[in-house]
Each structure stands twice: as structure tokens, then as C-alpha cells.
Ligand binder design. Structure first.
Ligand SMILES: *[C@@H]1O[C@H](CO)[C@@H](O)[C@H](O)[C@H]1NC(C)=O
Ligand SMILES: *[C@@H]1O[C@H](CO)[C@@H](O)[C@H](O)[C@H]1NC(C)=O
Ligand SMILES: *[C@@H]1O[C@H](CO)[C@@H](O)[C@H](O)[C@H]1NC(C)=O
Ligand SMILES: *[C@@H]1O[C@H](CO)[C@@H](O)[C@H](O)[C@H]1NC(C)=O
Ligand SMILES: *[C@@H]1O[C@H](CO)[C@@H](O)[C@H](O)[C@H]1NC(C)=O
Length: 272
């Protein structure tokens, strides 16, 4: 019961957090990331988080440095998107946070973000725009994988016969979760080139695509691995997407993956 009320508090704070993710009349300076000439190389501040993302992802939206009010600062905001509106003209666009800044607002990349909404040219004359912004989920329907052509071996967690007992590496994080949570998705060990590392990866979900057959599935990270890729549980994760049997023959699959929300029931997760 105690944990249940904690979970409600937790949900309430999430809702409050979501509602506060906007601000108005914020100064937006311009800066020149010279994105195209530099091959859209993510600036050093966000490089550890997003430097490995594919070009398609990095160049999908204009760029901004972010240190605005009403939001998480620092590297936690890397990769997130803002809908930015020029208050003078109403012109708006979606931009991606790729850097911090020192000015207390936004620093829009000149070519990819500042000019596109500086529709009357006055911002450039004044040296800044005044904007409203709100955080938007720009990657929700986007199928660009976080990593491509990753080797996925199989391993046998024997999940069903073992009562879906979380392996030792992730047991401290997820060992207490209810069976319904533990068995909701197939399992994988994770040590992929892009994404969270170590126990921070435990419990997270990946959408995996077999590059050969295009079969897709969502799997849960329950372990680390030593192979620099994935280790899919044979019965619950490897076989379901090895529909032509080539994976088992070769000993591995080649997959693309994307880190996705697991769609866990928050009350179920936190009430146990
Ligand atoms: C921050 O959010 C609150 C609540 O939505 C709002 O009242 C306030 O004006 C925002 N701050 C700025 C600078 O827009
Ligand atoms: C942009 O990059 C190109 C190629 O690296 C360079 O020649 C040019 O001077 C850069 N421009 C700015 C404004 O940094
Ligand atoms: C961005 O904000 C404008 C209003 O300034 C709104 O019309 C538009 O629908 C918003 N776009 C998104 C993707 O939220
Ligand atoms: C992945 O492998 C396929 C087939 O070998 C190749 O055509 C494709 O370019 C590779 N993709 C990347 C991003 O390396
Ligand atoms: C799976 O677990 C069952 C019951 O604990 C055991 O009999 C079986 O040998 C195990 N299989 C593998 C491959 O570990």
C-alpha cells in the first residue's frame, strides 16, 4: 500500500513535469553550427548521448543549443525536440537540442533553425528572436533505428522453465518486478553500440528488426553481454524473428534496433 501511494505520487509528478515543459517570451540567439559542412557532427556537449545516431536522425530537424527555463538542463535534454514559435511573426518549427548554451535561452543554428522562423528578417537585424517553445516528441513515429547492422547472438535463458527469474546482472534493478512485467516481452542481453550501458540498460525495451526478413519484435533488456551487440533469448526473442531459420544456421542474426518505451503499466510496476 505504501509503495502504491508512492507510485501515485510519482505519476502525479510526471504529469506536473509534462505540463511545465513549455515557456514563453524566451530570447533565442543564433549560432553557426555549420551543420552541412561539418557532416551534422553532434557538438561535444551532446556527443556522448547522440553522437552515434545515424545521419538521417541527426539531420532530420534544425539544431539548437538549449538552456531555457521550465525544463531539464544539461545532457538530459540532449536529443529532445522543441516546437519553437517566433512571437513576432507566428512562424514555427521543430528543432532538436544538440548542445547547451550560456545565454539562458536558446541558441538556434543560423541556417537550419534561426533563419527558417525569422520570416521578417528582424531577428537577424536585432541579433535575436523572442520565442515561445514547448517540448514535443519528435521521435515517436520515427522509424529511424538507433543502430543498424548489429550482430545478435542467441543465448538460452530458459525463461519459461525458470519462472522468468531476472538474471543476476539486472536482478538488483528488476528482480522484484511481477511476473506479468517480467514475461511481457522476450528477453535480451544488451551491450549494443548505441544506448544505455551497464545496469542503466536493465528493464528498457528495444524494437528489433531482422534486417534479412524484416521481422520485428519488442524485447526487454534483462542482462549485459560480452559480444558488443545483443544476445537474444533463444525461445522468446531469437526464434520469433528468425522466420527463415538463417539465424540459427549462422549462429547469429543481423538486426537494427531502436530504444522504445516498454508501455509498462506504471501502477503494476511500482506497486509490487
Ligand atoms: C513556466 O511554466 C509555468 C507553468 O506552465 C508558466 O506559468 C511560466 O510562465 C513558464 N515560464 C516561462 C518563462 O515561460
Ligand atoms: C564551415 O565549414 C567549412 C568546411 O569545414 C569551412 O570552410 C567554413 O569556414 C565554415 N564556416 C563557418 C562559419 O564556420
Ligand atoms: C507548434 O506551435 C504552433 C503554434 O505556435 C502550432 O500551431 C503547431 O501545431 C505546433 N506544432 C507541433 C508539432 O506541436
Ligand atoms: C547494413 O548492411 C547492408 C547489407 O550488407 C548494407 O547494404 C547497408 O548499407 C548497411 N547499413 C549501414 C548503415 O551500414
Ligand atoms: C531449462 O530449465 C529446465 C527446468 O529448470 C531444465 O530441466 C532444462 O534442462 C533447462 N534447459 C536448459 C537448456 O538450460
Amino acid at each position: 500500500m505504501k509503495r502504491l501511494s508512492l507510485s501515485i505520487l510519482f505519476l502525479a509528478s510526471l504529469v506536473a513535469f509534462a505540463a511545465a515543459q513549455s515557456a514563453s517570451d524566451v530570447i533565442a540567439y543564433w549560432t553557426d553550427y555549420n551543420t552541412t559542412d561539418n557532416g551534422w557532427t553532434i557538438p561535444s556537449f551532446c556527443a556522448a548521448v547522440d553522437g552515434d545516431k545515424p545521419l538521417e536522425w541527426r539531420s532530420k530537424y534544425g539544431w539548437t543549443g538549449f538552456c531555457g527555463p521550465n525544463a531539464t538542463q544539461g545532457v538530459d535534454s540532449c536529443g529532445k525536440c522543441l516546437n519553437v514559435t517566433n512571437t513576432a511573426t507566428g512562424a514555427f518549427e521543430t528543432v532538436r537540442i544538440v548542445d547547451t548554451c550560456g545565454a539562458g535561452g536558446l541558441e538556434l543554428d543560423l541556417e537550419t533553425a534561426f533563419k527558417p522562423i525569422d520570416s521578417d528578417g528582424k531577428g537577424y537585424q536585432d541579433g535575436h528572436l523572442t520565442v515561445d517553445y514547448e517540448f514535443v516528441d519528435c521521435d515517436a513515429d520515427d522509424d529511424v533505428p538507433d543502430a543498424t547492422n548489429v550482430t545478435a547472438y542467441w543465448t538460452d535463458y530458459n525463461a519459461t522453465n525458470n519462472g522468468w527469474v531476472i538474471p543476476p546482472f539486472c536482478a538488483g534493478v528488476d528482480g522484484d518486478k511481477p511476473l506479468e512485467w517480467r514475461s511481457k516481452y522476450g528477453w535480451t542481453g544488451f551491450c549494443g553500440p548505441v544506448g544505455p550501458t551497464g545496469v542503466d540498460a536493465c528493464g528498457k525495451c528495444l524494437k528489433i528488426t531482422n534486417t534479412e526478413t524484416k521481422d520485428e519484435e519488442i524485447v526487454r533488456i534483462v542482462d549485459t553481454c560480452g559480444t558488443g551487440g545483443l544476445e537474444l533469448d533463444l525461445e522468446t526473442a531469437f526464434k520469433p524473428i528468425d522466420t527463415n531459420g538463417n539465424g540459427i544456421k549462422l549462429g547469429h542474426l543481423t538486426v537494427d534496433y531502436k530504444i522504445v518505451d516498454c508501455e509498462d503499466d506504471a501502477v503494476l510496476v511500482y506497486s509490487q
